[in-house]
Every structure is written in structure tokens, then in C-alpha cells.
Design a protein around this ligand. Structure first.
Ligand code: SF4
Length: 485
């Protein structure tokens, strides 16, 4: 018997109470992962996180390469070339619903399609040839070349090939050191930030306002960056670069001219914000554009920052922000009330990539009268989980780097009405007959900003109140059909 199989035997299960007294589905936790799961109210805890996924546990996490690919993908006028086997490129092809207001080169996926012979003799020549073919054909503003597992194993000198290609073609050709096996998804974020840092600081900044920001960690899914940009513009603030939502190479080059960085999704771009603070003295604020309180608080924080640092130029900005928030809420709140009438008392599970989203979703569900009973993320930190536990009700399961086995067991145990996650969580929900809301890469509906909260409420309501759920075996056996919509 393998170690993994052993871990599933009853003597290896880890549960807080006597296992004889708990439902069978709760007894599905690997012994090695018990310090990555916490039930709110079970005393103090120190969540073990940001460590490599347990081998054999089939983590929901993506690899390092995928981590960097999702961050850089929305840069729409760059060439994205995956140096590796075709599967790595296929896995991440058009991976986000990130919209562009101009070029759409990012939606094409290119690969060097490494084969056995390349593994034996090296893939550098093939990579150089691919760049020589693609750059003249597509005329990108820059090229990102991603390293994958196999490239890390055979030791191709990505940096040297990129440097030579850059000299030949006169554009930045940037190696992304994202060998899939070298860590967890956060390593991929760091690789992406290092790649972007090579562009920042190389553009002209003379015409940039002192009241200016970069929107970081937002990827313009379904046009969300545009919603936030509109709010900021209404407050009197210039947006220099979307990093990387609706991203452009030239914007990245002049991003160091912005007066402030607004960092959402701390995992994905906070490293770049830190580098820019160190190298250019640009401060950053952590923000969230999801939910009501978090959007409002983020906008107020930006306004207060500028009123403090640029009192003359920014005079009246907090007042303008208050008007903006008041106008938006006047439209939103009456509509939310309607949805709340049906949703009051329903239960939700949340498992997302970044923990910032989990915080905002817990609060957003409260506005719908719903309680989050399971909450987790792929890349949260110990502080994040402590804060999450503090805002959740006793009994809520808090989990880091979960796997399908655990998530299925938790969903059944808590009998949730809706599961919020991404593409890899969707089949888990549907197989169990649980409503699902996609809050990740592939969605086509904007869920950020005040308008996003309304879209979220509509989406949750449509899924939770669907009459289909009364026919799933789980509900039938409980003889507890849900009310008709
Ligand atoms: S980089 Fe490695 S882990 Fe990632 S998709 Fe490619 S082969 Fe798989």
C-alpha cells in the first residue's frame, strides 16, 4: 500500500471530535494536512500555509507556470510563448476572460512544442527559431517566454536566448522563470512580477498627473477594470496602468510615474508593488473591488491618501467619493433587498485562489442574508486565515490548499446551497448537486464594483433558487425539497 493510500485509513484521519460521533464524510482529512484546516471556535490555531502541496493529495492549486501565466496573460499587445510541451500551453490557452479595449494578441497561445529529441539535445535552437518566426509576424510590443517543468529539467538557458532575440528584433523579450515544479502557485506570481519589473521604469512619465494610480491585481474579467477605472476617474484620478487588466506594454513601462499603487489580490502583484516601493518610492494600498463595504472602503482610502499627500490638488476628493458611493448605493440597495427575501438563511461555501476575495465574499453574502460555512483559498497566509476565522461564525470550516476529497466532504457535511469557486471547483459542486457560482478566470459577468455586487446577487439567486435542486438524490433522501423560485 502506498503512503497516500495509507493516509486514508481510519487510524490516520484527523478530526477535532470523536470520529465515531461524526458523519462519515467528515472523516476524509489526510493526517499531514490537519494543520491546514480549522473549525472556527475550536480554540486558537496557527494555520500552516504557503507550503508545497501534499504529494498525492490532488491539490486544487495550479503549478508555478500557471501562476505566472494567469498574471501576465491580460497584457494584450505582448506575445506569450510557452517554452515546453504542448500540454502546458493547452492547459493555459486563453485562460482568463480578460477583455482588451484594443489588441487581442494575448488570446493566442504559442508553444515550442518540445518533443523527445528536444529533451535529449536541448530546446534552445527551437525557441530562437520560434521567436524569429513569431515576432516579425505579429509585431508585438514585447514577448514573454515562459519556462515549464521540462525546460527546468533539461536546463535550457532561457535568459540567453531571450537576450539574443531581443537584440535581433529590437523589442523586450523577457524570460519568465516559471518552471512548474519549483514551488507553489505563489512562486509563479513572483516570476511574473520579476518579468514585469524589467519593463517598469523604461518609459516616459512627464505627462502623468500627481493624482494617479496603477490598478494592480485586477485582470479585467468581463470588463471589471473599466468599472473601477470609471469610479477613479469620477473621483479625479488618472489611471496609468492596468496591471495587468487591459494591460499594455507601454503602460507598464511608464507605471513608475503613478503616485500610488492599488493592490488587489495581494498574492499576484504585491511583489511588484513592493519592488516599485523600494525602487521608485511609490507607496501601495491593499484594496478589494468586491462587495459593498470593501469597494467603498477602498475608494475612501484612495481619496484620503490623496487629500493627505496632495492637499491642494485633491481638495474635495473625499466628498466626491462620498457622493459617488451614495449614488451607487441608492441604485443597488433596493434591488438587493428583493434578492435577500428569498436567500435569507441559505448557506454558502467559498474556495478561491486569493484570500482577499474570500474576505469580500463573506461580507457580500451577509448582504444577501446568507452565511458562509466553508471558506478557503489556494494561497492565503496565516494572518489571512486568522482574520477570516475572526469574521466567520463558530463551526465555519477554514481551509488552505484543499483537494477535491476534502471539499466534497465539507460540502456534504455542511449541506450548502451554493459553492463559489473556479473552473476546478465547478465539477465538484455539480457532481454533488450543489449550486455553483464561478468567481474566477472564466466568468463572463462582472462581479466587481457596486454593479458587480448586483450581478453577484442575481447570479447567486438564480442558482440557489433553481427548482432543479429538489431533484438531486441528496435532497430527496433528506425529504427536504427547497422552495420553488
Ligand atoms: S509547467 Fe509542469 S506542472 Fe505546469 S502544466 Fe507544464 S508540465 Fe504541468
Amino acid at each position: 500500500m502506498t503512503e497516500t493510500a495509507k493516509a486514508l485509513t481510519p487510524e490516520h484521519i484527523a478530526c477535532p471530535e470523536d470520529s465515531a460521533a461524526i458523519p462519515a464524510e467528515r472523516a476524509t482529512i489526510f493526517e499531514e494536512r490537519k494543520d491546514q484546516i480549522h473549525r472556527v471556535g475550536d480554540g486558537d490555531f496557527a494555520m500552516a500555509c504557503n507550503r508545497d502541496s501534499l504529494a498525492g493529495a490532488v491539490s486544487q492549486r495550479a503549478c508555478v507556470f500557471c501562476g505566472s501565466r494567469v498574471v501576465l496573460y491580460p497584457i494584450a499587445d505582448a506575445l506569450h510563448l510557452v517554452h515546453g510541451p504542448i500540454g502546458c500551453a493547452a492547459y493555459t490557452w486563453d485562460i482568463r476572460g480578460a477583455l482588451s479595449s484594443g489588441p487581442e494578441l494575448h488570446r493566442l497561445s504559442f508553444s515550442t512544442d518540445l518533443q523527445e529529441l528536444d529533451v535529449v539535445f536541448g530546446g534552445e535552437k527551437k525557441l530562437a527559431k520560434a521567436l524569429d518566426e513569431l515576432i516579425p509576424r505579429y509585431e508585438p510590443k514585447a514577448a514573454f517566454v515562459y519556462s515549464t517543468c521540462i525546460v527546468g529539467l533539461i536546463g535550457d538557458d532561457l535568459a540567453a536566448v531571450c537576450k539574443a532575440a531581443s537584440a535581433r528584433h529590437g523589442i523586450p523579450v523577457i524570460p519568465v522563470q516559471s518552471e512548474g515544479f519549483k514551488g507553489n502557485k505563489r512562486e509563479g506570481y513572483l516570476a511574473a512580477c520579476k518579468a514585469m519589473r524589467t519593463l517598469v521604469g523604461t518609459g516616459e512619465t512627464a505627462d502623468i498627473s500627481k493624482l494617479s494610480v496603477n490598478i494592480m491585481g485586477d485582470f479585467n474579467l468581463a470588463g471589471e477594470t473599466w468599472i473601477i477605472k470609471d469610479y477613479l476617474n469620477r473621483m479625479g484620478i488618472e489611471v496609468v496602468a492596468g496591471i495587468t487588466g487591459d494591460g499594455r506594454v507601454d503602460d507598464l513601462k511608464r507605471a513608475h510615474g503613478a503616485a500610488l499603487n492599488l493592490v488587489q489580490c495581494s498574492g499576484s502583484t504585491q511583489d511588484l508593488a513592493k519592488m516599485m516601493r523600494e525602487d521608485f518610492g511609490i507607496p501601495f494600498l491593499r484594496v478589494s473591488w468586491i462587495g459593498i463595504e470593501d469597494v467603498a472602503e477602498s475608494l475612501y482610502a484612495v481619496a484620503e491618501h490623496f487629500e493627505l499627500t496632495q492637499p491642494e490638488l485633491a481638495a474635495g476628493m473625499v466628498e466626491r467619493t462620498a457622493l459617488l458611493v451614495r449614488d451607487e448605493l441608492a441604485t443597488l440597495m433596493p434591488q438587493l433587498k428583493e434578492f435577500r427575501r428569498d436567500l435569507e438563511g441559505k448557506k454558502a461555501a467559498v474556495y478561491v485562489g486569493g484570500s482577499f476575495k474570500a474576505f469580500s465574499l463573506v461580507k457580500a453574502f451577509r448582504h444577501l442574508g446568507m452565511e458562509v460555512v466553508i471558506v478557503g483559498s489556494q494561497t492565503g497566509t496565516e494572518d489571512d486565515y486568522r482574520e477570516l476565522a475572526a469574521i466567520c461564525a463558530p463551526g465555519t470550516i477554514v481551509v488552505d490548499d484543499a483537494n477535491p476529497l476534502e471539499l466534497s466532504a465539507f460540502l456534504k457535511e455542511k449541506d450548502v446551497d451554493i459553492f463559489v469557486g473556479g473552473v476546478k471547483e465547478r465539477p465538484i459542486a455539480f457532481k454533488l448537486g450543489v449550486g455553483f457560482c464561478d468567481h474566477n478566470h472564466e466568468r463572463k459577468i462582472a462581479l466587481e464594483g457596486f454593479v458587480g455586487m448586483l450581478n453577484f446577487a442575481k447570479e447567486v439567486h438564480a442558482s440557489v433558487m433553481s427548482p432543479i435542486w429538489q431533484f438531486v438524490p441528496r435532497r430527496e433522501s433528506q425529504n427536504r425539497p427547497i422552495e420553488e423560485a
